[in-house]
Design a binder for this molecule. Structure first.
Ligand SMILES: [Mg+2]
Length: 391
């Protein structure tokens, strides 16, 4: 061994490369929502449920994770809770938290699907490894390629006037990207009127996108989307059913405005198929769909090779999952179309935030502290939880 290796031992920041998971705590959170949210596959109103976990270790370091399934999109919190507590924790207990790839492989081999539960575990493990090594997660994911991420807010309130008031005040705070949820009203003409009203009300430098959430019938879709093109949209998201890959490919060929695939692309396998069939000009990446950072980066890489840029989507996630998403995008060049990390700041109640997403002048800033870089207010978790469990 040469003397340089002695002078700069790799891993010198770490006291040990073995830290074992000793305990998991789960909170089933139910947040009050400031407004109804309507989308092509369903609406949510009044409250939203999600799960926060904390994994403790024998080194005294704890990590947080979050799972935010949406019943009409991917699954239920009850199912995720059961998977985390009855299937995943028994596999993880006593294991070395540094062995993330090995752990994730075992989770995949034990329960099919349940990407949100896997995402929560992977997030907590990265939080612990980051804290143990003194590095933010974006460094563990390859290093930072951007300091801030363009921020998009989704206009999904069936009360259009309320949405416009909010959009105008957000514009004053620096927001320039808005995504209009379409396809939740039965008549296409109502969608056109709504988008026209938003386009004419907001200043010209606003970047508008629309998202059907699978709400458009394939029959007549080309004509309807061509009509939407008059509004100068940056992209049109998931017009057709998630499984209608041929239909998505047809729209991608025939519509000039870029088509973005969201529900059709959950994991790297779907991304590969999506590239082969060219089901979109862009893909939406969500940690909740991919089951964590590693598979999200695989999707981004597959898309990048096919010249398909990606967007940072969200389910109804809180600040732990969204800051995890910010670390991912900070370290992943091809997620270049911005992010919609708005729920905690604009839809949850201010007194119900266990942590915040840092939105400054129309951008999301990833935390720079070790791990997730977040201080979690467990009093808030206790107050907003409808169920708690320690294992
Ligand atoms: Mg979407």
């Amino acid at each position: 061994m040469n003397s340089l290796a002695h002078a700069n031992p790799v891993g010198s920041l770490l006291a040990s490369e073995t830290i074992n998971a000793t305990k998991m705590t789960l909170w089933l959170i139910e947040n009050k929502l400031a407004m109804k949210r309507s989308q092509g596959i369903g609406s949510i109103e009044n409250t939203n449920k999600r799960i926060v976990i904390r994994i403790d270790t024998d080194a005294g370091i704890s990590g947080y994770g979050e799972a935010a399934p949406w019943p009409v999109f991917s699954g239920t919190t009850e199912n995720t809770w059961n998977t985390l507590s009855n299937y995943f924790w028994p596999l993880l207990k006593g294991q070395n938290v540094f062995d993330i790839p090995k752990t994730i492989k075992r989770l995949k081999q034990t329960v099919v699907g349940n990407s949100e539960a896997r995402a929560a575990i992977e997030m907590a493990l990265y939080d612990i490894v980051g804290k143990a090594s003194g590095l933010p997660i974006y460094q563990l994911l390859g290093g930072k390629v951007r300091d801030s991420i363009p921020f998009s807010f989704s206009l999904a309130n069936p009360d259009l006037e309320a949405d416009l008031r909010l959009a105008k005040s957000m514009y004053e705070e620096g927001s320039r990207i808005f995504k209009i949820k379409t396809g939740f009203v039965p008549d296409h003409r109502d969608d056109v009127k709504r988008v026209a009203k938003i386009r004419s009300t907001l200043p010209d430098d606003v970047d508008l996108r629309i998202d059907y959430n699978q709400g458009l019938q394939a029959f007549g879709a080309v004509a309807k989307l061509k009509e939407m093109e008059q509004f100068g949209l940056t992209f049109i998201e998931q017009p057709l059913k998630a499984t209608d890959l041929e239909g998505m490919a047809e729209l991608t060929r025939r519509i000039d405005t870029p088509i973005l695939a969201d529900e059709s692309v959950f994991d790297p396998y779907a991304a590969m198929t999506g590239v082969q069939k060219r089901i979109g000009d862009a893909f939406s990446i969500k940690i909740m769909k991919s089951g964590g950072f590693v598979d999200a980066q695989k999707i981004a890489a597959i898309a990048e090779i096919a010249n398909i840029p990606c967007y940072g989507g969200t389910l109804f996630e809180g600040a732990i999952a969204l800051n995890a998403g910010a670390h991912l995008i900070a370290a992943t060049e091809n997620i270049s179309l911005g992010c919609e990390f708005y729920m905690p700041k604009y839809v949850f109640s201010p007194e119900e935030l266990e942590a915040e997403v840092n939105i400054v002048n129309g951008t999301v800033i990833p935390p720079s502290g070790a791990g997730l870089g977040l201080a979690i207010d467990e009093d808030v978790l206790g107050r907003t939880a409808v169920n708690t469990m320690s294992l």
